[in-house]
Every structure is written in structure tokens, then in C-alpha cells.
Design a binder for this molecule. Sequence first.
Ligand SMILES: NC(=O)c1ccc[n+]([C@@H]2O[C@H](COP(=O)([O-])OP(=O)(O)OC[C@H]3O[C@@H](n4cnc5c(N)ncnc54)[C@H](OP(=O)(O)O)[C@@H]3O)[C@@H](O)[C@H]2O)c1
Length: 262
Amino acid sequence: MGKGRLENLNALITGGSRGIGLAIARRFAEEGANLFICGRNRESLEKCENELRQAGHKAVIHVADVSDPGSVQEMVEHVLKEFKTVDILVNNAGIQIVRSFLDYTLEEFDQVIKTNLYGVFLVTRSVLPGMIEGKKGKIVNIASTAGKWGSRNQSAYNASKHAVVGLTRCLGLEVAPFNITVNAICPGAVEGTDMMEPFLEQNSKYYGIPKENLLGVLLSQSPMRRLIRPAEVADLAVYLASDESAGMTCQSIALCTGYTMV
Ligand SMILES: NC(=O)c1ccc[n+]([C@@H]2O[C@H](COP(=O)([O-])OP(=O)(O)OC[C@H]3O[C@@H](n4cnc5c(N)ncnc54)[C@H](OP(=O)(O)O)[C@@H]3O)[C@@H](O)[C@H]2O)c1
């Protein structure tokens, strides 16, 4: 077998048990990376571990909540015990709560910000000193097109993703002298993810139109008339995690069938 593009690199993927994170884990494994995957639910993690094992790969799994500083600290101790270094960090764990602005409770707003923004801050802060010491590292943040524009009924989510785009730019500048790149992927709506169902469900209530019609509206906004596939996000993540993207940092790349160009 040929040498993979991520051969023997140690990758930590947050929220790698399902959806986009799992697609990234599959592609990284195919490219030869050693995987460490976290999520809150052990069952989903074990399912993901089994799937990877059946495909001839292995992954270390760890139950962690990225919004909880203590839980992140334990996780990073575990990953460093297993791998000694983290070469690639994919900050993918994220949640969405669809609400009109006045319908958000403080707890809901807090939960979105703490997972999507503080999660990135906490995990990155714990992993970064090792990357700086080793003078190499790749950080890939999974933001969203919601980090580039406004959307109705998801102000907490868009605020968190705009913040991740801002953090990507600022951190990338600070760590560039250490040969560490920080980039974000901004996918549009991604098919087959658990996030899509509640998104359509809740929005159909707000818009007063059936869920099926809402999907049609979403598709009509796409120049390609389709959603993004998880594997497409994973392919871009491989590029951003590999040496091929050595000269690229601070970027937030929209992957959205062309419906935004910023
Ligand atoms: N789906 C889309 O259309 C879309 C579009 C643009 C961007 N994104 C972004 O892509 C990322 C992945 O989304 P997805 O659609 O794949 O979502 P998903 O299918 O709901 O998967 C989310 C993953 O994150 C984990 N997770 C959630 N909260 C966590 C926490 N506090 N600590 C640790 N792990 C946590 C989940 O596992 P547990 O539940 O077991 O913790 C799961 O593995 C998110 O950042 C999302 O905002 C998604």
C-alpha cells in the first residue's frame, strides 16, 4: 500500500463519532493517521470504533464534553499519554439550537456558545503548547457558512461560528512563526447529519411551511441544487491537515456548492 497523506500523524478529532466528524475520521484513517476521537456519548463512540476496526483501522476513543474545562483536561492528558504529541487537531464538535432571538433561554444560548466556541478555545489551548514546542501543527476548525453571514432563527449558532472564524484568523497569526497553520472549513448544509432533522423541523414551525418544502427552498438556493456531502468536508480536512496546505493559514473556506463567495 502507498504512503498515506497523513501517514503516522497523530490526529485528535472532537465530535468524531457521527456525521462530519466520523467522515473526517474515516478519511484520516485511510490516509494513515493515528486517531483519537471524542464525543459525549460512549455508545456512539464505540459504534464508530467498531466501524473503523472493521475497515482495518483503529482509533482511541474517549468520552469528553468539550464545553467542560475539567473534561477537556482529562481528555488531553489521555491523548498525550497515548500519542505523546498531537500533530493535527480537528475542532469539529458542535451543536445547533434553532430558536428565534427572543425564544432563546439563557441556558440554550450558553450551551451553543460553550460547545461551539469555548470548546474550540479549551481543546486548542490544551494541545497548542505541545505543537509550539515541536514547531509543527495543523489546526482545522469546522465552522460553517453561518460564520460568514446571517440566518434567521439561529443567532446563537451564527454568533458562535463567526467567533470561530475570528479565532481562526487571530490564532493563525500568533502561531504562524511556529510552523502551525490554523484554518476553518465553512460547510453549507450537509446531508445525512443529525443536525439537519431538528433544523428543518424547527424552521418549518417558524416559517409555517412543511419540512419537505423547506428542504426544497434550501436546495433552490444552491447553485448546484444539492447539499454538501460529509465526504467532501473530509477531503478538504485532509488537505488542510497535510503538508500540501503548508502555506495556507488564517483562512475560512466556504464549501457550499457556490451559494456564498465570501
Ligand atoms: N450538518 C450541517 O449541515 C453542518 C453545516 C455546517 C457546519 N456544521 C458543523 O460541523 C460540525 C459537525 O456537525 P455534524 O452535522 O456532523 O453534527 P452531528 O452529526 O450532530 O455530530 C456532532 C458531533 O459532535 C459531538 N459533540 C456535540 N457536542 C459535544 C460536546 N459538548 N463535547 C464533545 N462532543 C460533542 C457529537 O457527539 P455526542 O453527541 O456524543 O457528544 C457528534 O460526534 C459542527 O461543528 C457543526 O456546527 C454542520
